[in-house]
Ligand binder design. Structure first.
Ligand code: NAD
Ligand code: UDP
Length: 341
């Protein structure tokens, strides 16, 4: 199927719209919530997409609608050397569990996914001359002392607590990315993603939006950790994917991380009230202990993304929650959501 070097897919092999320049794109973590939306959006633009995923938190069902000659799935753990000599133009690295109960279930593997996995994918990008986008996180700011969080804020992170495998793992991954950039080995972009929600989140992954909606639909108590005054800023998946693709596409390298998120900051209690109203649920609210190192406030300053990419989110909270609720109503959980240990 491929020629060496500047191989491109012929138009008759893939169908779909013919882009100005069809690219071969690797999406690591493509079977997960965000990765599966990204694979779909790339395919819709006519690109050739390879999804690399070990199905730790992703599921093949997320890829079911993506079958076709321009898509392929390789089951692989990015902690291991890549399984075959891939030839790509762009690499998106989303491989890493994102929900606290899931990334804390095997913290050593989470850290290694971020360090070894990012190194394997960066080396691939360097070998192919491919552009590389790292899915980093607002967690690199830890429990922030600066509000809203700008990219030049260095963060307030515990290197010893239960969230460190993720927070410090992502910080180490960023460090590797910027070393590859400084050394001229790869054109690397780093997106610091703030809380994102939407259809295809796992019902059992333990994050706030999925937990609240599933509990409300089942008529169970809504679990609020702490007193519910802690805040997060929730971005709808389509907005976020548009931001990732804009960051990958922008010609001049931003030469620093770029926050992507929705600055509409809400307390956890406000989100719970909104979910109760939209689901018309009679569930009640039950308070649980606040997990260790749980950040008090989180809100992105997205000035940089606006200036560099002309990007800003357009989907409001209620507008995004409605299709998310519909999706969970159609895909009820098979098992109870895990709680943070
Ligand atoms: P997700 O858990 O649904 O997806 C992660 C995917 O990576 C899964 O398909 C999983 O199987 C795969 N994966 C995990 N470890 C792997 C490994 N060692 N090798 C290969 N594949 C592996 O999470 P998501 O919400 O889609 O998040 C995607 C990325 O975006 C993650 O890197 C996450 O850190 C980042 N992010 C997400 C959010 C959010 O709110 N959703 C916020 C900040 C950052
Ligand atoms: N949270 C909660 N109830 C839940 C799940 C989470 O109150 O059932 C809280 C959690 O303690 C945190 C916020 O909601 O303060 C967001 O949690 P999530 O795991 O979605 O994201 P993160 O903490 O990684 O931002």
């Amino acid at each position: 199927m491929h020629r060496q070097g500047a191989a491109r897919w012929r138009q008759d092999e893939g169908g779909g719209p013919a882009p100005a320049r069809r690219k071969r794109v690797l999406v690591a973590g493509g079977a997960g919530f965000l990765g599966s939306h990204l694979c779909a959006a790339l395919l819709a633009q006519g690109h050739e997409v390879t999804c690399l995923d070990n199905l730790l938190t992703g599921v093949e069902a997320n890829l079911a609608h993506l079958e076709g000659p321009r898509f392929r799935f390789i089951r692989h753990d990015v902690c291991q050397a890549l399984p075959e000599p891939l030839l790509v133009d762009e690499v998106y690295n989303l491989a890493c569990p994102a929900s606290p109960p899931q990334y804390q279930a095997d913290p050593v593997h989470t850290m290694l996914t971020n360090v070894l996995g990012t190194q394997h994918l960066l080396a691939l990008a360097a070998r192919c001359g491919a552009r590389f986008l790292q899915a980093s996180t607002s967690e690199v700011y830890g429990d922030p002392e600066q509000h809203p969080q700008r990219e030049d804020y260095r963060g307030h992170v515990s290197s010893t607590g239960p969230r460190a495998c993720y927070d410090e793992g992502k910080r180490a991954a960023e460090s590797l990315c910027f070393d590859y950039l400084r050394l001229g080995r790869a054109d690397v972009r780093v997106a610091r993603i703030f809380n994102t929600y939407g259809p295809r989140m796992r019902a059992d992954d333990g994050r706030i939006v999925s937990n609240l909606i599933c509990q409300a639909l089942a008529g169970e108590d809504l679990t609020i950790y702490g007193d519910g005054t802690q805040t997060r800023s929730f971005c709808y998946a389509t907005d976020l994917i548009r931001g990732l693709m804009a960051l990958m596409a922008v010609r001049s390298n931003p030469d620093g991380p770029v926050n992507l998120g929705n600055p509409n900051e809400q307390s956890i209690s406000q989100i719970a009230e909104r979910v109760l109203a939209l689901t018309e649920s009679r569930s009640r609210i039950g308070f649980r202990p606040l997990p260790v190192d749980d950040p008090r406030r989180r809100c992105p300053d997205i000035g940089r993304a606006q200036d560099l990419l002309g990007w800003h989110p357009v989907v409001g909270l209620e507008q995004g929650l409605r299709p998310t609720i519909e999706w969970f109503a159609a895909h009820p959980p098979q098992v109870a959501a895990p709680q943070v240990p």
